[in-house]
Ligand binder design. Structure first.
Ligand SMILES: Cc1cc2nc3c(=O)[nH]c(=O)nc-3n(C[C@H](O)[C@H](O)[C@H](O)COP(=O)(O)O)c2cc1C
Length: 215
């Protein structure tokens, strides 16, 4: 896949440090599906454990889909859902290792790694995942999904929008509400994206020195 790397706001400091959780968007702003797809593609440049890319996305961008989604969203998150141009719900895929061989085979076929490296990857990582416990696979997918969701939050700003990450949903029902297989997928978070309508809360952070140890 060749990712289109174009963004409208290429000022990293602005994208990163002026990001705040926006919860009231202009409900009249529509983001095209092409652009949403482009943002997701760009977000998938994220790193992931063993390059498993254990993520999956459900886009909610119509009034009907929003009503469906709200069945599993906690009420305090209705404002974002109601006003966002779109919600990209990020879920983790606990079965991503099933296609793992294909991902690395393609890297080899594209002459990017040697046969020895390919064999080494298959010999080391495949058995680890094929024999993994459900907890291991869920944790792995949670970490990968969280990283890609973070990229989405920043890409929203790079595309001239704002966003809110929300995990205030009913974790028991959200996957079925998204019409996915609950045996395979696990909830990570929704990312509501749109044009800011109400200035977001200015939040603060703990003094980072109180959270740092040097080992
Ligand atoms: C994993 C995660 C879950 C969150 N869930 C919610 C949520 O359910 N509702 C909400 O309004 N904000 C939610 N937030 C946004 C946080 O409240 C927000 O990031 C935090 O207060 C810091 O504010 P800032 O994003 O403006 O810097 C969530 C953020 C993260 C990363």
């Amino acid at each position: 896949m060749t990712v289109n790397k174009k963004v409208v706001n290429n000022d990293f400091a602005d994208v990163m440090f002026n990001r705040h959780s926006v919860r009231q968007f202009d409900p009249n702003v529509k983001i095209t599906r092409d652009e949403l797809q482009e943002m997701i593609e760009q977000a998938t440049t994220a790193p992931s454990a063993c390059n498993l890319q254990s993520w999956h996305f459900v886009v909610i961008d119509t009034p009907e889909a929003k009503e469906k989604l709200k069945k599993s969203v906690l009420k305090f998150n209705y404002p974002q859902v109601d006003t966002a141009s779109a919600i990209i719900f990020v879920v983790g895929d606990t079965q991503s290792h099933v296609v793992y061989r294909d991902v690395w085979q393609k890297v080899y076929d594209d002459h990017k790694i040697t046969k020895e490296k390919l064999d080494q990857i298959f010999g080391t990582f495949l058995p680890m995942y094929e024999n993994a416990t459900p907890e291991f696979l869920q944790l792995d997918a949670t970490i990968d999904g969280s990283i890609v969701a973070t990229q989405l939050l920043l890409l929203a700003r790079a595309h001239g929008y704002d966003a809110n990450a929300f995990s205030g949903v009913d974790f028991k029902t959200i996957i079925s509400t998204l019409e996915l297989d609950p045996k395979r997928y696990i909830p990570i978070m929704g990312v509501a994206i749109g044009k800011v309508a109400e200035e977001p809360l200015q939040t603060t952070r703990y003094d980072a020195t109180t959270q740092i140890e040097f080992l």
